[in-house]
Design a protein around this ligand. Structure first.
Ligand SMILES: Cc1cc2nc3c(=O)[nH]c(=O)nc-3n(C[C@H](O)[C@H](O)[C@H](O)COP(=O)(O)O)c2cc1C
Ligand SMILES: [Mn+2]
Length: 451
């Protein structure tokens, strides 16, 4: 499979031409790009890939909304839309290590040291109240300073000058851990950020699992061949050779700057925080590089991150309860699980599995297999009719969760809860659901009764 963004865009143009929209009218990078994404989604019920050819203040075209449809993500994985979960799980089970190559288009243009100027990139401001320009589609590539363990993740960057940004490292996540290890040795952490990547690279970067699991090999598993990597100019970090643009940098030890406010994926605008500092050493890019943007908290962001999270949670619950039927992440920090409970206690075990498998998860609802977790009304019905709160709610205090949850007293230090909404003592022994007799249902035909 071709590993570059352009080949995928060509595929979208060919297979789903109505979903690729070029905007040639000039736009203001302050709010207008996000506003158009939101207006299209809300007013026109459309979520095409958008390519802005003329963005004021920059020569880079801006691509956004790339991941805002499950069908498009499925196309990127060469999978049926209802096979996203199984395709992703297979890649997690059969990772393919990356391969280093000597040449790649990401090196068409190389700017090092004094030639670095982040202000030449599109200066996009997303939401009212944002503290400034944020790069929201940057995928980090970095190595554990104490071991040969590699990590990828999305980490937003707030522009602070020609060669400086701040970075949001979720407390307790893998890149945060690498940075803490480097900081203990008083050395900077080398890192590279990829902007403009094939959706496989985006989905692979978001894989949740042990720090020992290499996201680059999951990308390989999704591509069905090794991810092609090339060495950075100014450090030993390896980056996708066919990316649009790469920012080579280091995260400094012991330095913090104000970051934010920023409109977060939670739907809230969170205030300023002290966060880590990134010094940029080089920018390399394709000759006519496309700059990618993601409107945080909108479909482009939410659909992209949900698939890897659900795959990991499904894997975790199934390790404990083999009869799990479905897992869904319907809202921030929330997971619904349906399972066929064969013996008492399995619902509670599923709650513990979810909370143990993902830092962000804070609320878990477990229902029986007759409830469709993709239908919020059914889940609410199960909570209302199969659950006694004094018996069926589990609260875990003083755990670590998302540092972006505005309800926590101290960023990310949180309680978590599980709701066992399965029938007790068992579904088979529970008051039956009512229904019309199936024979009558089958026998009647609507057309015999309606005009
Ligand atoms: C568009 C987008 C932006 C994100 N921004 C950040 C961010 O700024 N900081 C962060 O820690 N995680 C961010 N995330 C989530 C992480 O990428 C995700 O939790 C990832 O799995 C973390 O990697 P790790 O599990 O290897 O630590 C973002 C995700 C998406 C899809
Ligand atoms: Mn990781």
């Amino acid at each position: 499979m071709a590993q570059d963004l352009r080949s995928y865009l060509d595929l979208v143009k060919r297979e789903r031409p109505e979903e690729f929209v070029i905007i040639s009218r000039d736009v203001d990078p302050a709010y207008e790009i996000t506003a158009l994404v939101v207006k299209l989604e809300k007013e026109a019920r459309k979520r095409p890939v958008l390519l802005f050819e003329k963005v004021r203040g920059t020569s880079f075209p801006v691509l956004t909304n790339l991941h805002a449809s499950r069908a498009r993500l499925a196309l990127a994985l060469n999978a049926a839309p209802d096979a996203l979960l199984t395709t992703y799980l297979r890649a997690m089970d059969t990772p393919i290590p990356p391969r280093v190559v000597k040449t790649g288009a990401v090196k068409d243009v190389v700017r090092i040291g004094k030639d670095v100027n982040l202000l030449e990139l599109p200066q996009i401001i997303h939401h009212e109240g944002d503290g400034g320009v944020f790069l929201t589609s940057a995928i980090s590539f970095a190595r554990d300073p104490s071991a040969d363990i590699w990590n990828c993740a999305y980490n937003r960057l707030m522009l602070k000058g020609r060669d400086t940004t701040s970075i949001h490292l979720t407390l307790g996540k893998h890149l945060w851990e690498f940075h803490r290890l480097a900081e203990k040795r008083n050395v900077p952490l080398p890192v590279a950020f990829v902007i403009g990547a094939h959706p496989v690279i985006a989905l692979g970067a978001l894989a949740i699992g042990s720090v020992d699991e290499d996201e680059r090999a999951i990308m390989g598993g999704l591509f069905g061949e090794p991810l092609e990597l090339i060495k950075c100019e100014t450090n030993d970090v390896l980056v996708p050779a066919h990316a649009e643009l790469v920012i080579e940098a280091e995260i400094l030890p012991h330095e913090r700057v104000p970051e934010g406010p920023f409109g977060e994926f939670t739907g809230y605008s969170l205030g300023e925080r002290q966060r880590e500092v990134v010094k940029v050493k080089a920018i390399t890019h394709r000759r006519d590089a496309i700059f990618q943007d993601i409107s945080v908290a909108h479909l482009d962001h939410m659909l992209l991150s949900t698939i890897p999270i659900e795959a990991n949670l499904y894997r975790a619950v199934r390790a404990m309860v083999p009869s799990v039927k479905a897992v869904r992440v319907p809202a921030p920090f929330t997971c619904f699980v349906s399972l066929e409970q064969r013996i008492a206690g399995q619902a509670k075990n599923a709650i513990l599995s979810v909370l143990g498998a993902d830092l962000y998860m804070k609320r878990v609802v477990v229902v029986d297999h007759d409830v469709d977790v993709f239908d919020d009304r059914q889940v609410n019905w199960a909570i209302a009719t199969r659950c006694q709160p004094d018996r069926d709610i589990t609260v875990i205090t003083h755990a670590r969760g998302s540092d972006l949850d505005p309800s926590t007293k101290e960023d990310g230090y949180t309680a978590k809860w599980g709701i066992d909404a399965t029938a007790k003592p068992s579904l088979a022994a529970y008051t039956p659901r009512h229904r019309v007799p199936p024979a009558v249902f089958e026998r009647l035909s609507l057309k015999d009764y309606l005009p």
